[in-house]
Design a protein around this ligand. Structure first.
Ligand SMILES: [Fe+2]
Ligand SMILES: [Fe+2]
Length: 190
């Protein structure tokens, strides 16, 4: 299937499920991620697909995600057991693979860890992670403008590190996911 055909199918999936808000968000993430991809010299088409698919599981409720994960025999992190919505990154990967025939591991991995990142993250993982955070336009320090500045001019690693550090320093994580803890440890060493 051609790239543009896949993109149309993805957009229709959001629209047919009345998820215009999520579609707007993923398109926003895609435009930020494409800029970052050019700055970091990675594949623009791949990053665009990862961005558009990263929240595709938003068509399901957290309870449906939980049941889906259990039915597939996924091993759950305690944070995912308690906060089922955290599963959405892993479920989005499965939908990307099964419903949209994505086989590229750069795309699939970036979708799968876009909320928590993880240790040994690739540039694709970091671009989607940080583009998602910039798109949320949330308040606080580091502001999204700062993140974007770091990510585009200074360092993608630094942007990821500062974002996660902010979460831990301000006790914003009631129950941190193990992948996030490991990503933080990893980025501290860089
Ligand atoms: Fe997400
Ligand atoms: Fe997102």
């Amino acid at each position: 299937m051609r790239n543009n055909d896949v993109i149309d199918l993805i957009k229709n999936k959001y629209l047919n499920n009345n998820k215009t808000d999520v579609l707007n968000h993923v398109e926003d993430v895609a435009s930020i991620a494409v800029k970052l991809a050019k700055a970091y010299d990675i594949d623009v088409d791949k990053i665009k697909l990862a961005a558009l698919l990263h929240d595709i599981s938003g068509i399901m409720t957290p309870k449906e995600m939980y049941d889906f994960a259990k039915a597939r025999g996924l091993e759950l992190d305690p944070a995912e057991e308690k906060y089922n919505a955290l599963l959405h990154q892993r479920i989005s990967r499965i939908i990307a693979q099964e419903d949209f025939d994505i086989i590229d591991s750069d795309i699939l991995n970036a979708i799968e860890c876009h909320t928590t990142l993880r240790k040994n993250a690739s540039v694709y993982d970091k671009v989607i992670f940080i583009a998602d955070k910039i798109s949320w336009d949330q308040k606080g320090v580091p502001s999204c403008d700062d993140l974007l500045k770091y990510a585009t001019i200074e360092s993608l690693d630094e942007a990821c590190y500062l974002y996660i550090k902010y979460q831990f320093d301000n006790n914003l994580l009631v129950m941190p996911h193990q992948w996030l803890i490991e990503a933080y440890e990893d980025l501290k060493k860089m």
